[in-house]
Design a protein around this ligand. Structure first.
Ligand code: NAD
Length: 360
């Protein structure tokens, strides 16, 4: 399947094709001929390299350079960016070079940042290998890394040349990572309340067959593309995608240095429950719809609670969220399923009660 979306980039419009489906990666060199480029760097997540390096070398070829990035959110940091810039510079990569990012959302975000800044920006292709990255992270042109204990504080907007979402990569994805991917899919379902929501409510997530998975990925991709197309630089419409992320990012960073860090999707799942609770307590969201959201998250095998120990840290990190203006938290507020009001403020009392709800 081949979906098309359009990103606006300063001064011009570009089409970013997205190829979804089993075996899509096999066609990368015919879709994006490498001969056009003076050199190619392939950035690969370490775990992905362990499972897939043979296939990747076979498809991309020996003339490319390869760099492996240590896995995990902790490595989404400046030193990883510097190491990659250094390699590009040492090997004499010029402005006509191409970067191919192969990995989950971490490698897609950081590799895209490297590409968007090296020589003021070179072409790059995203090859997301996790469900989360295929359904969300690789789409939309947001790049970046974590800084000073905060999520994605440094970054840029930069559209890739194309995205290749090959579901074959999921065969080696740990089960927990696969489930984590459903968080952003559920978010897309909640904020649109359309076909995806109806489909997910009926399905058992762990046993989706290939066709059903393609359907879920395509619907999720359409939702993200549609929102990004309307508002590529997050002036208004795109802020809807931040639903669950104010609490979710704070939860993710609060847990990062613990002995039991949470995965991105797991933290966002908890964030969505807390933020849906805010809507419930504010009198906007009906109890029955709040319970449907909880049901979806439970069905996806995602957690819904955090340890009480982290409450203060979560509150502090929420105050430093990059979406805030001054010290005021700006919420993507769920008025109803399919209806998000952005840049909304909420009373401290309701926020506090909602945080208490997610504590165990
Ligand atoms: P990840 O990139 O850290 O990958 C998760 C784990 O799976 C890692 O251990 C990785 O090594 C492993 N892995 C990846 N593909 C594999 C495969 N095919 N087989 C075996 N192991 C594999 O995490 P993620 O969940 O993909 O993405 C989370 C990141 O995405 C976060 O940094 C988040 O901030 C970012 N994100 C960005 C956007 C955006 O719009 N740019 C949106 C959502 C999330």
């Amino acid at each position: 399947m081949n979906l098309q979306l359009k990103y606006s980039v300063p001064g011009k419009k570009t089409n970013t094709p997205i190829y979804i489906g089993k075996g899509a990666f096999n066609k990368i060199a015919s879709i994006f001929p490498f001969e056009k480029y003076s050199s190619v760097l392939v950035i690969i997540d370490k775990n992905v390299a362990q499972h897939w390096s043979e296939r990747i070398y076979k498809i991309i070829g020996k003339s490319a350079s390869y760099i492996t990035i240590p896995s995990g959110e902790k490595n989404k940091r400046l030193s990883t960016v510097e190491k990659t810039w250094a390699m590009l510079s040492k090997k004499g990569f010029d402005r006509k070079s191409l970067i191919i990012n192969i990995g989950g959302g971490m490698v897609c975000d950081i590799g895209a940042f490297v590409a968007s800044t090296y020589m003021r920006g070179i072409d790059f292709i995203q090859v997301p290998t996790t469900l989360l990255a295929q359904a969300d992270a690789a789409i939309g042109g947001k790049t970046g890394f974590n800084f000073n204990g905060l999520k994605n504080t440094i970054g840029s907007f930069s559209a890739p040349l194309g995205i290749i979402s090959d579901t074959t990569f999921f065969s080696t994805l740990p089960k927990r990572e696969y489930h984590s991917g459903f968080a952003e899919i559920i978010k897309h379902a909640i904020i649109t309340d359309g076909e995806l929501f109806k489909f997910l409510i009926r399905k058992n997530f762990s046993s989706l067959n290939g066709k059903e998975l393609d359907k879920v990925l395509s619907l999720s991709t359409y939702i993200k593309c549609d929102i990004v197309r309307k508002d590529p630089f997050e002036k208004k419409e795109r802020k809807k995608l931040n639903f669950g992320h104010t609490v979710g990012h704070a939860v993710e960073m609060a847990y990062q240095d613990s002995s039991t860090p949470l995965l991105h999707g797991e933290a966002i799942a908890i964030g969505m429950i807390a933020e849906a609770r805010i809507s419930l307590l504010s009198g906007s969201l009906a109890g029955e719809k709040f319970r449907q959201i909880e049901t979806l998250i439970r069905k996806a095998g995602l957690p819904n609670k955090v340890s009480t120990t982290y409450k203060n840290s979560i509150s502090k990190k929420m105050l430093a969220d990059k979406k805030n203006v001054g010290r005021q938290i700006k919420w993507a507020f769920l008025e109803d399923l399919g209806k998000i009001k952005v840049d909304t403020t909420v009373s401290d009392k309701i926020v506090n009660e909602s945080l208490n709800y997610i504590l165990k």
